[in-house]
Design a protein around this ligand. Sequence first.
Ligand code: SF4
Length: 453
Amino acid sequence: MKSDLIQKYDMRVPRYTSYPTSPQFDEQVDGAVYKRWLGELNPKTELSLYFHIPFCAEMCSFCGCYTKIVKRYDPVAEYMNALLAEIDLVADALPSNMGERMTAKHLHWGGGSPTMLKGEDWMAIMDKLRSRFDVADNAEIAVELDPRTASEEYIAQLEKAGVNRASIGVQSYRAKVQEAINRIQPYEITAKVIEWLRAHSINHINMDLMYGLPHQTVDEMEDMVDKTVELQPNRIALFGYAHVPWMKSHQKLINEDDLPGTQERWDQFTVAGNRLVEKGYVKIGFDHFAHPDDSMAHAIESSELHRNFQGYTTDTAPAMLAFGASAIGYLPQGYVQNQLPLKAYSQSVYSGVLPTAKGIPINDDDKTRREVIERIMCDLEVDLSAVAKEFGGNVEGLEKDLEKLTPLIEDGICAIDGDKLKVLEDGRPFIRLVASAFDAYLKTSEGRHSKAV
Ligand code: SF4
């Protein structure tokens, strides 16, 4: 890819883990609306459940998540109680499936560090969930795990709680980079934790690598990939560091002079991505790679890959119920986001009101655009006419959006054949830009997103 294109398209665009994106959420969706939406669900709807644990032992200076640093367990224990109460509130609002509980097929724990929870609390929360939902025998139960704080005993507790997938943050193996991001995590620790996970039947392993961090260089990329591949993860994410100190004040600890420039970021991404492909991993969208035997690689073949707040996913559930402060969920009617700060969240739960702070209902135009954006982000191609028809419209309704693609078509990033739009292989890293042409809200939220490359 020519360097002038990299400079030309060095823009901030959403990651499209939802559409409309979260800056569009507002207070029109509150606890009462969410309660009504829950009650309107078909009781046979398959559910996905997300739990947000917003605590960490130490702040990594690159972090883009909402989390709080705690030195004592009390705030975590208090939060756990609020979470248990929220599970009851939500379950009480769901329709009854002829007296049966609704089925949950995917459970995901994110944060923060979910592994801040004590082992016995995992059991308590899983017992509660199993009493209020029918957790499918083959449900995926995934946890984001901080290897720096995990022990073998702890992993044994996760196994007992039914966890079968773990996502491990790695970022970089270089000591200089780890120091600059305040996250010291020697390779041996990561390798040991993965060994324990497998010994305890947690065989689905995701690893998160990064490029664009302070002091990262193109030279370290192949070594970073080789070390990672030795550990045989099923999925690998290759995230670009998003430097947004005006939104995440702890990122001010990162010296901007130590950050690679746009061309350097591009080269790091290209070298790491090419190496992953050489090692046999399948490209997924713009920042994921999957082992050819992994369900995500199969989902690409059958066009069943999706995007949600966790990024690329094989989760097909039409409803994700999200628990915990700031957690975002979706229902067929729209998106909902919980209260923040923690105090407002727990006060709402304890007063018996669903702690929804904001959200957005979605109409047929949103659904059309969401499907177009999701297919571009996942399949790199979309039949615009078929999608428009599915939601009662026609392709003419997207004509203005197609006009915005003219420069990208001229630059060989995407192509149009009849009503079909295709992102070309060279344009893969720019798929967020292609998708953004169909975002009817983008003008109002530009400054809040990360760079396209
Ligand atoms: S452990 Fe994860 S969530 Fe916590 S501060 Fe570090 S990057 Fe952020």
